[in-house]
Ligand binder design. Structure first.
Ligand code: FAD
Length: 509
Protein backbone atom coordinates (compact mmCIF):
# COMPACT_ATOMS: atom_id res chain seq x y z
CA UNK A 1 0.00 0.00 0.00
CA UNK A 2 1.18 3.54 -0.74
CA UNK A 3 2.47 5.65 2.10
CA UNK A 4 0.24 8.75 2.11
CA UNK A 5 1.48 11.82 3.98
CA UNK A 6 -0.44 15.11 4.30
CA UNK A 7 1.26 18.33 3.25
CA UNK A 8 0.75 21.28 5.56
CA UNK A 9 1.22 25.02 5.57
CA UNK A 10 4.13 27.04 6.83
CA UNK A 11 4.27 28.54 10.32
CA UNK A 12 3.80 32.27 10.61
CA UNK A 13 5.78 34.22 13.21
CA UNK A 14 4.84 37.33 15.20
CA UNK A 15 7.48 39.33 13.36
CA UNK A 16 6.12 38.16 9.99
CA UNK A 17 5.87 41.72 8.72
CA UNK A 18 9.63 42.19 8.94
CA UNK A 19 10.61 41.72 5.34
CA UNK A 20 14.11 40.40 4.74
CA UNK A 21 16.35 42.74 2.78
CA UNK A 22 18.33 40.68 0.26
CA UNK A 23 22.10 41.02 0.20
CA UNK A 24 23.45 41.80 -3.24
CA UNK A 25 26.79 42.35 -4.91
CA UNK A 26 26.39 46.05 -4.06
CA UNK A 27 27.66 45.02 -0.62
CA UNK A 28 30.63 42.95 -1.86
CA UNK A 29 32.34 42.18 1.47
CA UNK A 30 29.16 40.77 3.05
CA UNK A 31 28.05 39.11 -0.19
CA UNK A 32 31.39 37.29 -0.47
CA UNK A 33 30.66 35.37 2.76
CA UNK A 34 27.77 33.55 1.09
CA UNK A 35 29.37 32.23 -2.07
CA UNK A 36 31.92 29.81 -0.69
CA UNK A 37 32.23 27.16 2.00
CA UNK A 38 35.14 25.49 3.82
CA UNK A 39 36.01 23.53 0.66
CA UNK A 40 37.52 26.82 -0.60
CA UNK A 41 35.47 26.66 -3.79
CA UNK A 42 33.87 29.94 -4.76
CA UNK A 43 30.56 30.15 -6.59
CA UNK A 44 28.34 32.90 -7.94
CA UNK A 45 24.85 34.17 -7.16
CA UNK A 46 22.57 37.10 -7.91
CA UNK A 47 21.52 37.75 -4.30
CA UNK A 48 21.19 36.28 -0.81
CA UNK A 49 17.76 35.89 0.80
CA UNK A 50 17.71 35.72 4.62
CA UNK A 51 14.19 34.88 5.84
CA UNK A 52 12.87 35.35 9.38
CA UNK A 53 10.18 32.67 9.22
CA UNK A 54 9.11 29.39 7.67
CA UNK A 55 6.28 31.22 5.90
CA UNK A 56 8.75 33.55 4.19
CA UNK A 57 10.73 30.49 3.04
CA UNK A 58 7.58 28.83 1.68
CA UNK A 59 6.48 31.94 -0.26
CA UNK A 60 10.02 32.44 -1.56
CA UNK A 61 10.40 28.84 -2.79
CA UNK A 62 7.01 28.90 -4.50
CA UNK A 63 8.01 32.06 -6.33
CA UNK A 64 11.46 30.74 -7.31
CA UNK A 65 9.89 27.47 -8.53
CA UNK A 66 7.48 29.30 -10.78
CA UNK A 67 10.41 31.31 -12.24
CA UNK A 68 12.76 28.27 -12.23
CA UNK A 69 15.47 30.20 -10.42
CA UNK A 70 18.06 28.01 -8.68
CA UNK A 71 18.17 28.19 -4.88
CA UNK A 72 21.20 27.10 -2.85
CA UNK A 73 20.39 26.49 0.81
CA UNK A 74 23.12 27.62 3.15
CA UNK A 75 23.80 26.88 6.79
CA UNK A 76 27.07 27.77 8.51
CA UNK A 77 29.03 27.24 5.24
CA UNK A 78 31.46 24.87 6.99
CA UNK A 79 30.78 22.14 4.41
CA UNK A 80 33.83 20.58 2.80
CA UNK A 81 32.31 19.50 -0.51
CA UNK A 82 30.75 22.65 -1.95
CA UNK A 83 27.07 21.74 -1.34
CA UNK A 84 26.42 25.26 -0.02
CA UNK A 85 28.34 26.94 -2.83
CA UNK A 86 25.89 28.48 -5.32
CA UNK A 87 26.18 27.95 -9.06
CA UNK A 88 24.05 30.97 -9.97
CA UNK A 89 20.56 31.95 -8.80
CA UNK A 90 19.84 32.86 -5.19
CA UNK A 91 21.33 31.79 -1.86
CA UNK A 92 18.85 31.09 0.95
CA UNK A 93 20.55 31.51 4.31
CA UNK A 94 18.98 30.07 7.47
CA UNK A 95 20.96 32.33 9.82
CA UNK A 96 17.93 34.20 11.20
CA UNK A 97 16.07 31.01 12.14
CA UNK A 98 18.13 30.18 15.18
CA UNK A 99 15.77 29.68 18.11
CA UNK A 100 16.61 26.97 20.65
CA UNK A 101 13.67 25.85 22.83
CA UNK A 102 13.52 24.23 26.24
CA UNK A 103 14.33 20.56 26.78
CA UNK A 104 11.33 18.21 27.03
CA UNK A 105 11.22 14.38 27.19
CA UNK A 106 14.97 14.07 26.60
CA UNK A 107 14.69 16.06 23.39
CA UNK A 108 15.11 19.62 22.22
CA UNK A 109 13.29 21.57 19.54
CA UNK A 110 15.56 23.80 17.54
CA UNK A 111 15.41 25.97 14.42
CA UNK A 112 17.67 24.72 11.68
CA UNK A 113 19.77 27.90 11.67
CA UNK A 114 20.87 27.45 15.29
CA UNK A 115 24.64 27.17 15.61
CA UNK A 116 25.77 23.72 16.76
CA UNK A 117 28.06 25.25 19.42
CA UNK A 118 25.10 27.18 20.95
CA UNK A 119 22.97 24.02 21.00
CA UNK A 120 25.70 21.90 22.59
CA UNK A 121 26.57 24.54 25.21
CA UNK A 122 22.89 25.05 26.06
CA UNK A 123 22.11 21.36 26.57
CA UNK A 124 25.34 20.85 28.49
CA UNK A 125 24.30 23.62 30.90
CA UNK A 126 21.23 21.43 31.59
CA UNK A 127 23.41 18.33 32.18
CA UNK A 128 22.38 16.79 28.84
CA UNK A 129 24.40 15.91 25.76
CA UNK A 130 23.59 16.16 22.05
CA UNK A 131 25.91 13.40 20.88
CA UNK A 132 26.64 14.27 17.22
CA UNK A 133 29.86 16.28 17.31
CA UNK A 134 31.27 17.18 13.91
CA UNK A 135 34.44 18.88 15.08
CA UNK A 136 33.52 22.21 13.41
CA UNK A 137 31.01 23.63 15.91
CA UNK A 138 30.18 26.75 13.88
CA UNK A 139 28.07 24.54 11.59
CA UNK A 140 24.30 25.12 11.77
CA UNK A 141 22.22 22.30 13.17
CA UNK A 142 20.20 22.11 9.92
CA UNK A 143 23.43 21.81 7.92
CA UNK A 144 24.60 18.91 10.06
CA UNK A 145 21.28 17.12 9.49
CA UNK A 146 21.34 17.91 5.76
CA UNK A 147 24.78 16.25 5.53
CA UNK A 148 24.15 13.52 8.15
CA UNK A 149 27.31 14.75 9.84
CA UNK A 150 29.39 12.57 12.14
CA UNK A 151 32.35 13.18 14.39
CA UNK A 152 34.58 11.55 16.97
CA UNK A 153 31.66 10.47 19.20
CA UNK A 154 30.01 8.69 16.26
CA UNK A 155 32.13 5.70 17.26
CA UNK A 156 29.83 5.18 20.23
CA UNK A 157 26.67 7.16 19.42
CA UNK A 158 26.26 6.87 15.63
CA UNK A 159 25.84 9.67 13.10
CA UNK A 160 23.36 12.59 13.23
CA UNK A 161 20.61 10.48 11.60
CA UNK A 162 19.90 8.42 14.71
CA UNK A 163 19.30 11.55 16.82
CA UNK A 164 16.62 13.23 14.68
CA UNK A 165 13.12 12.63 16.06
CA UNK A 166 11.08 15.22 14.17
CA UNK A 167 11.64 17.50 11.22
CA UNK A 168 9.77 20.19 9.34
CA UNK A 169 10.84 20.64 5.76
CA UNK A 170 9.58 23.16 3.19
CA UNK A 171 9.38 21.73 -0.33
CA UNK A 172 10.01 23.78 -3.45
CA UNK A 173 6.21 23.94 -3.99
CA UNK A 174 5.96 25.93 -0.72
CA UNK A 175 4.20 23.01 1.03
CA UNK A 176 5.47 21.83 4.40
CA UNK A 177 6.15 18.23 5.39
CA UNK A 178 6.01 17.51 9.09
CA UNK A 179 7.79 14.24 9.80
CA UNK A 180 8.11 12.30 13.02
CA UNK A 181 10.30 9.24 13.44
CA UNK A 182 8.21 6.05 13.52
CA UNK A 183 5.14 7.68 11.93
CA UNK A 184 5.63 7.27 8.17
CA UNK A 185 7.15 3.91 7.25
CA UNK A 186 7.54 2.81 3.64
CA UNK A 187 5.22 0.03 2.43
CA UNK A 188 6.17 -2.95 0.25
CA UNK A 189 5.32 -1.11 -3.01
CA UNK A 190 7.84 1.65 -2.02
CA UNK A 191 5.38 4.32 -3.21
CA UNK A 192 4.97 7.62 -1.40
CA UNK A 193 2.16 10.11 -1.97
CA UNK A 194 2.39 13.59 -0.50
CA UNK A 195 -1.09 15.11 -0.53
CA UNK A 196 -2.11 18.74 -0.01
CA UNK A 197 -5.46 19.85 1.43
CA UNK A 198 -6.52 21.16 -1.98
CA UNK A 199 -5.89 17.76 -3.58
CA UNK A 200 -2.48 18.35 -5.21
CA UNK A 201 -0.25 15.24 -5.10
CA UNK A 202 3.45 14.57 -5.27
CA UNK A 203 3.99 10.85 -6.04
CA UNK A 204 7.31 9.05 -6.07
CA UNK A 205 8.89 5.63 -5.64
CA UNK A 206 11.81 4.96 -3.35
CA UNK A 207 14.56 3.17 -5.35
CA UNK A 208 15.91 -0.25 -4.33
CA UNK A 209 19.70 0.15 -4.41
CA UNK A 210 21.70 -1.20 -1.47
CA UNK A 211 23.81 1.21 0.57
CA UNK A 212 27.27 0.29 1.87
CA UNK A 213 27.39 -1.29 5.32
CA UNK A 214 29.60 1.47 6.68
CA UNK A 215 29.10 4.92 8.10
CA UNK A 216 27.74 6.72 5.02
CA UNK A 217 26.75 10.18 3.74
CA UNK A 218 26.78 9.51 -0.01
CA UNK A 219 23.50 9.92 -1.90
CA UNK A 220 19.92 9.47 -0.71
CA UNK A 221 19.21 7.06 2.13
CA UNK A 222 16.94 4.25 0.90
CA UNK A 223 15.98 0.97 2.53
CA UNK A 224 12.97 -1.39 2.49
CA UNK A 225 10.49 -0.31 5.18
CA UNK A 226 12.46 2.89 5.82
CA UNK A 227 11.20 5.84 7.77
CA UNK A 228 10.53 8.76 5.40
CA UNK A 229 12.32 11.18 7.72
CA UNK A 230 15.55 9.39 6.73
CA UNK A 231 15.18 10.38 3.07
CA UNK A 232 15.61 14.04 4.03
CA UNK A 233 18.50 13.46 6.45
CA UNK A 234 21.66 13.63 4.33
CA UNK A 235 19.81 14.97 1.27
CA UNK A 236 22.23 17.94 1.10
CA UNK A 237 19.71 20.67 0.31
CA UNK A 238 18.41 18.98 -2.84
CA UNK A 239 14.91 17.98 -1.66
CA UNK A 240 13.70 20.75 0.64
CA UNK A 241 14.62 23.33 3.27
CA UNK A 242 14.80 21.85 6.76
CA UNK A 243 13.37 24.52 9.06
CA UNK A 244 12.81 22.90 12.43
CA UNK A 245 14.07 19.81 14.22
CA UNK A 246 13.46 17.84 17.35
CA UNK A 247 16.67 16.16 18.44
CA UNK A 248 17.16 13.38 20.97
CA UNK A 249 19.44 14.06 23.93
CA UNK A 250 21.20 11.75 26.36
CA UNK A 251 22.24 12.47 29.92
CA UNK A 252 25.76 13.84 30.27
CA UNK A 253 28.07 11.02 31.30
CA UNK A 254 28.96 11.56 34.98
CA UNK A 255 32.63 11.54 34.21
CA UNK A 256 34.80 11.23 31.12
CA UNK A 257 38.53 11.05 30.76
CA UNK A 258 40.51 11.59 27.61
CA UNK A 259 43.96 10.39 26.58
CA UNK A 260 46.25 11.25 23.70
CA UNK A 261 48.46 8.19 23.48
CA UNK A 262 51.70 8.67 21.54
CA UNK A 263 53.58 5.91 19.71
CA UNK A 264 57.01 5.66 18.14
CA UNK A 265 55.58 3.99 15.06
CA UNK A 266 52.35 4.12 13.08
CA UNK A 267 52.24 0.29 13.12
CA UNK A 268 52.21 0.26 16.94
CA UNK A 269 49.37 2.81 16.98
CA UNK A 270 47.36 0.71 14.52
CA UNK A 271 47.89 -2.44 16.62
CA UNK A 272 46.71 -0.47 19.66
CA UNK A 273 43.54 0.59 17.84
CA UNK A 274 42.76 -3.02 16.88
CA UNK A 275 43.11 -4.14 20.53
CA UNK A 276 41.22 -1.13 21.89
CA UNK A 277 38.27 -1.77 19.57
CA UNK A 278 37.85 -5.30 20.90
CA UNK A 279 38.89 -4.85 24.55
CA UNK A 280 37.93 -1.34 25.76
CA UNK A 281 34.58 0.46 25.28
CA UNK A 282 35.86 3.92 24.26
CA UNK A 283 33.43 6.61 23.09
CA UNK A 284 36.00 8.27 20.82
CA UNK A 285 38.89 6.65 18.91
CA UNK A 286 40.83 8.99 16.60
CA UNK A 287 44.12 8.52 14.76
CA UNK A 288 46.98 10.89 13.78
CA UNK A 289 49.84 9.77 11.55
CA UNK A 290 53.43 10.96 11.70
CA UNK A 291 52.98 13.88 9.30
CA UNK A 292 49.84 15.09 11.15
CA UNK A 293 51.85 15.25 14.39
CA UNK A 294 54.62 17.10 12.57
CA UNK A 295 52.10 19.71 11.37
CA UNK A 296 50.62 20.02 14.87
CA UNK A 297 53.99 20.57 16.59
CA UNK A 298 54.11 24.33 15.95
CA UNK A 299 50.90 24.88 17.90
CA UNK A 300 51.48 22.00 20.35
CA UNK A 301 55.25 22.04 21.05
CA UNK A 302 54.90 19.51 23.88
CA UNK A 303 54.18 16.64 21.46
CA UNK A 304 56.99 14.17 22.32
CA UNK A 305 59.90 14.30 19.88
CA UNK A 306 59.94 10.49 19.52
CA UNK A 307 56.24 10.32 18.64
CA UNK A 308 55.39 9.27 15.10
CA UNK A 309 51.71 8.50 15.62
CA UNK A 310 48.98 9.20 18.16
CA UNK A 311 45.57 7.88 19.15
CA UNK A 312 43.09 10.15 20.93
CA UNK A 313 40.45 8.30 22.91
CA UNK A 314 37.77 9.19 25.42
CA UNK A 315 36.32 6.87 28.02
CA UNK A 316 33.03 7.45 29.82
CA UNK A 317 33.30 6.33 33.43
CA UNK A 318 30.65 3.66 34.11
CA UNK A 319 30.68 0.11 35.48
CA UNK A 320 34.11 0.62 37.11
CA UNK A 321 35.93 3.46 38.84
CA UNK A 322 37.88 6.08 36.93
CA UNK A 323 41.15 4.80 38.42
CA UNK A 324 40.37 1.20 37.44
CA UNK A 325 39.42 2.13 33.85
CA UNK A 326 42.45 4.37 33.43
CA UNK A 327 44.69 1.60 34.75
CA UNK A 328 43.27 -0.82 32.15
CA UNK A 329 43.98 1.68 29.38
CA UNK A 330 47.51 2.39 30.55
CA UNK A 331 48.24 -1.36 30.64
CA UNK A 332 46.88 -1.76 27.14
CA UNK A 333 49.00 1.17 25.95
CA UNK A 334 52.10 -0.36 27.53
CA UNK A 335 51.36 -3.73 25.91
CA UNK A 336 51.13 -1.98 22.53
CA UNK A 337 54.43 -0.10 22.99
CA UNK A 338 52.92 3.36 23.51
CA UNK A 339 55.13 6.11 24.92
CA UNK A 340 53.10 5.79 28.11
CA UNK A 341 55.03 8.26 30.26
CA UNK A 342 54.91 10.93 27.56
CA UNK A 343 51.26 10.44 26.65
CA UNK A 344 48.69 13.02 27.82
CA UNK A 345 45.86 12.21 30.22
CA UNK A 346 42.95 14.63 30.68
CA UNK A 347 40.87 14.04 33.77
CA UNK A 348 39.11 17.42 33.91
CA UNK A 349 36.86 19.21 31.43
CA UNK A 350 39.45 21.92 30.67
CA UNK A 351 42.13 19.42 29.61
CA UNK A 352 39.59 17.39 27.64
CA UNK A 353 38.59 20.60 25.82
CA UNK A 354 42.26 21.10 24.92
CA UNK A 355 42.40 17.55 23.50
CA UNK A 356 39.34 18.26 21.35
CA UNK A 357 41.01 21.47 20.15
CA UNK A 358 44.07 19.37 19.26
CA UNK A 359 41.80 17.13 17.18
CA UNK A 360 40.06 20.10 15.54
CA UNK A 361 43.31 21.98 14.84
CA UNK A 362 44.74 19.44 12.44
CA UNK A 363 42.08 20.28 9.82
CA UNK A 364 42.63 23.99 10.36
CA UNK A 365 46.44 23.72 10.12
CA UNK A 366 46.20 21.75 6.88
CA UNK A 367 43.92 24.43 5.40
CA UNK A 368 46.35 27.17 6.52
CA UNK A 369 49.34 25.26 5.09
CA UNK A 370 47.62 24.88 1.74
CA UNK A 371 46.50 28.54 1.71
CA UNK A 372 50.18 29.53 2.20
CA UNK A 373 51.13 27.27 -0.71
CA UNK A 374 48.35 28.79 -2.78
CA UNK A 375 47.14 25.27 -3.49
CA UNK A 376 44.10 23.10 -2.67
CA UNK A 377 44.46 19.91 -0.71
CA UNK A 378 42.98 16.68 -2.00
CA UNK A 379 41.20 15.24 1.03
CA UNK A 380 39.33 11.96 1.35
CA UNK A 381 36.29 11.08 3.45
CA UNK A 382 35.99 7.34 2.79
CA UNK A 383 35.06 4.51 5.14
CA UNK A 384 35.40 0.75 4.65
CA UNK A 385 33.93 -2.28 6.44
CA UNK A 386 35.82 -3.55 9.53
CA UNK A 387 37.75 -6.30 7.77
CA UNK A 388 39.00 -3.89 5.08
CA UNK A 389 40.55 -1.27 7.39
CA UNK A 390 44.06 -2.72 7.63
CA UNK A 391 44.43 -3.61 3.92
CA UNK A 392 43.13 -0.15 3.00
CA UNK A 393 45.54 1.60 5.37
CA UNK A 394 48.41 -0.39 3.90
CA UNK A 395 47.27 0.58 0.40
CA UNK A 396 47.15 4.27 1.37
CA UNK A 397 50.61 4.17 2.89
CA UNK A 398 52.25 2.17 0.06
CA UNK A 399 50.79 4.32 -2.69
CA UNK A 400 51.61 7.60 -0.91
CA UNK A 401 55.21 6.44 -0.42
CA UNK A 402 55.49 5.47 -4.12
CA UNK A 403 54.04 8.82 -5.22
CA UNK A 404 56.39 10.96 -3.12
CA UNK A 405 53.49 13.34 -2.37
CA UNK A 406 53.21 15.23 0.90
CA UNK A 407 50.25 13.94 2.93
CA UNK A 408 48.67 13.83 6.37
CA UNK A 409 46.28 11.10 7.55
CA UNK A 410 44.04 11.43 10.58
CA UNK A 411 40.51 10.81 11.73
CA UNK A 412 37.84 8.45 12.85
CA UNK A 413 39.72 5.16 12.88
CA UNK A 414 37.15 3.66 15.26
CA UNK A 415 34.68 3.76 12.34
CA UNK A 416 37.28 2.65 9.74
CA UNK A 417 37.07 6.17 8.42
CA UNK A 418 40.29 8.12 7.86
CA UNK A 419 40.78 11.51 6.24
CA UNK A 420 43.79 11.05 3.98
CA UNK A 421 44.93 14.50 2.88
CA UNK A 422 47.25 14.87 -0.08
CA UNK A 423 49.05 18.23 0.12
CA UNK A 424 50.37 19.11 -3.34
CA UNK A 425 53.03 21.78 -3.82
CA UNK A 426 52.49 22.36 -7.55
CA UNK A 427 49.90 21.98 -10.28
CA UNK A 428 51.64 18.76 -11.43
CA UNK A 429 51.43 17.32 -7.92
CA UNK A 430 47.78 18.37 -7.69
CA UNK A 431 46.99 16.39 -10.85
CA UNK A 432 49.03 13.46 -9.55
CA UNK A 433 47.06 13.61 -6.27
CA UNK A 434 43.75 13.33 -8.09
CA UNK A 435 44.98 10.29 -10.02
CA UNK A 436 45.95 8.67 -6.73
CA UNK A 437 42.62 9.61 -5.15
CA UNK A 438 40.71 7.90 -7.96
CA UNK A 439 42.81 4.77 -7.46
CA UNK A 440 41.83 4.77 -3.77
CA UNK A 441 38.17 5.31 -4.63
CA UNK A 442 38.19 2.26 -6.88
CA UNK A 443 39.79 0.19 -4.11
CA UNK A 444 37.36 1.47 -1.44
CA UNK A 445 34.36 0.68 -3.65
CA UNK A 446 35.69 -2.81 -4.41
CA UNK A 447 36.01 -3.39 -0.64
CA UNK A 448 32.34 -2.42 -0.06
CA UNK A 449 33.07 1.05 1.34
CA UNK A 450 31.70 4.53 0.75
CA UNK A 451 33.18 7.54 -1.07
CA UNK A 452 31.64 9.95 1.46
CA UNK A 453 31.27 8.85 5.05
CA UNK A 454 30.38 12.19 6.64
CA UNK A 455 30.92 15.26 4.45
CA UNK A 456 28.42 14.38 1.73
CA UNK A 457 28.90 14.54 -2.02
CA UNK A 458 28.29 18.26 -2.52
CA UNK A 459 29.42 19.50 -5.92
CA UNK A 460 33.02 18.32 -5.70
CA UNK A 461 32.38 14.59 -5.37
CA UNK A 462 29.61 14.21 -7.95
CA UNK A 463 31.66 11.85 -10.19
CA UNK A 464 32.50 9.68 -7.16
CA UNK A 465 28.83 9.03 -6.38
CA UNK A 466 28.42 7.70 -9.90
CA UNK A 467 31.56 5.56 -9.53
CA UNK A 468 30.08 4.13 -6.32
CA UNK A 469 26.55 3.42 -7.54
CA UNK A 470 26.70 3.40 -11.36
CA UNK A 471 24.58 5.39 -13.83
CA UNK A 472 21.32 3.45 -13.27
CA UNK A 473 21.16 4.32 -9.58
CA UNK A 474 22.09 7.94 -10.32
CA UNK A 475 19.14 8.11 -12.71
CA UNK A 476 16.87 6.68 -9.97
CA UNK A 477 18.12 9.32 -7.51
CA UNK A 478 17.65 12.04 -10.07
CA UNK A 479 14.08 10.86 -10.81
CA UNK A 480 13.30 10.89 -7.09
CA UNK A 481 14.56 14.46 -6.80
CA UNK A 482 12.62 15.54 -9.86
CA UNK A 483 9.34 14.26 -8.37
CA UNK A 484 9.87 16.24 -5.17
CA UNK A 485 11.42 19.34 -6.78
CA UNK A 486 9.91 19.35 -10.31
CA UNK A 487 11.40 22.70 -11.31
CA UNK A 488 14.82 21.43 -10.23
CA UNK A 489 15.65 24.60 -8.30
CA UNK A 490 17.11 23.17 -5.09
CA UNK A 491 20.82 22.51 -4.72
CA UNK A 492 21.54 22.41 -8.44
CA UNK A 493 24.76 20.58 -9.20
CA UNK A 494 24.87 18.99 -5.74
CA UNK A 495 24.92 15.16 -5.62
CA UNK A 496 24.54 14.86 -9.40
CA UNK A 497 25.33 17.08 -12.36
CA UNK A 498 22.54 19.48 -13.15
CA UNK A 499 20.46 18.35 -16.07
CA UNK A 500 17.10 19.89 -16.77
CA UNK A 501 15.43 20.22 -20.15
CA UNK A 502 13.83 23.63 -19.60
CA UNK A 503 15.77 26.91 -19.71
CA UNK A 504 16.03 29.07 -16.58
CA UNK A 505 15.18 32.76 -16.46
CA UNK A 506 18.26 33.59 -14.45
CA UNK A 507 21.53 32.03 -13.38
CA UNK A 508 23.08 28.81 -14.54
CA UNK A 509 23.23 25.29 -13.21
C1 FAD B 1 37.77 22.14 10.32
C2 FAD B 1 36.55 21.34 9.95
C3 FAD B 1 36.33 20.12 10.56
C4 FAD B 1 35.19 19.35 10.22
N1 FAD B 1 35.00 18.15 10.85
C5 FAD B 1 33.89 17.43 10.55
C6 FAD B 1 33.66 16.18 11.21
O1 FAD B 1 34.42 15.73 12.05
N2 FAD B 1 32.55 15.50 10.86
C7 FAD B 1 31.66 15.96 9.92
O2 FAD B 1 30.67 15.30 9.66
N3 FAD B 1 31.86 17.13 9.29
C8 FAD B 1 32.94 17.87 9.59
N4 FAD B 1 33.16 19.06 8.93
C9 FAD B 1 32.23 19.46 7.85
C10 FAD B 1 31.06 20.36 8.22
O3 FAD B 1 31.19 20.95 9.49
C11 FAD B 1 29.77 19.65 8.01
O4 FAD B 1 29.57 19.24 6.69
C12 FAD B 1 28.50 20.43 8.47
O5 FAD B 1 27.61 19.40 8.77
C13 FAD B 1 27.83 21.38 7.46
O6 FAD B 1 26.97 22.27 8.17
P1 FAD B 1 26.78 23.80 7.72
O7 FAD B 1 25.68 24.39 8.53
O8 FAD B 1 28.05 24.51 7.72
O9 FAD B 1 26.23 23.57 6.25
P2 FAD B 1 26.68 24.24 4.86
O10 FAD B 1 28.10 24.01 4.60
O11 FAD B 1 26.18 25.63 4.80
O12 FAD B 1 25.82 23.33 3.86
C14 FAD B 1 26.09 21.96 3.73
C15 FAD B 1 25.00 21.30 2.88
O13 FAD B 1 23.77 21.22 3.60
C16 FAD B 1 22.72 21.92 2.91
N5 FAD B 1 21.93 22.61 3.94
C17 FAD B 1 22.39 23.43 4.91
N6 FAD B 1 21.38 23.81 5.70
C18 FAD B 1 20.25 23.20 5.23
C19 FAD B 1 18.89 23.20 5.63
N7 FAD B 1 18.45 23.89 6.68
N8 FAD B 1 18.01 22.47 4.90
C20 FAD B 1 18.43 21.73 3.84
N9 FAD B 1 19.70 21.70 3.42
C21 FAD B 1 20.60 22.43 4.11
C22 FAD B 1 23.44 22.86 1.95
O14 FAD B 1 22.64 23.16 0.83
C23 FAD B 1 24.68 22.05 1.60
O15 FAD B 1 24.40 21.12 0.60
C24 FAD B 1 34.27 19.84 9.26
C25 FAD B 1 34.48 21.08 8.66
C26 FAD B 1 35.62 21.83 8.99
C27 FAD B 1 35.79 23.16 8.33
Amino acid sequence: MSLVIPLGSAKIRDDENTLPAPITKRDPSTFENYIHDASNFRGSAESVFIPFSEKQIADFLKEQSSRKIPVTIEGGHTGLTGGGVPGGGVVLSLEKLSHISEIRNNAIRVDSGAVLRDLQDFVQSKKCMYSPDPTERSAFVGGTVATNASGPRTFKYGSTRGHVRKMRVVLSSGDVLSLERGRYLLGADRTVVLESKDGRRIDFQIPTYAMPKTKNAAGYFVKPGMDLIDLFIGSEGTLGVITELELALVSCPEKIFGVIAFFESEDAAIRFVAKARSEQPASVLEYFDSRSLHLLRDKFPKIPQDANAAVFFEQEVAGASEAELLDRWLKLMAKCEALVDQSWVGLDAKRQGEFRDFRHEIGVIINETMARRGMRKVGTDMAVPDEALLPMMKFYRDTIRESGLDSATFGHIGNNHLHVNLLPKSKEEFDQAWILYRKWIERVISLGGTVAAEHGIGKIKVPFLEMMYGPKVIEEMRALKKSIDPAGILGRGTMFAFCHPEPTQQGSG
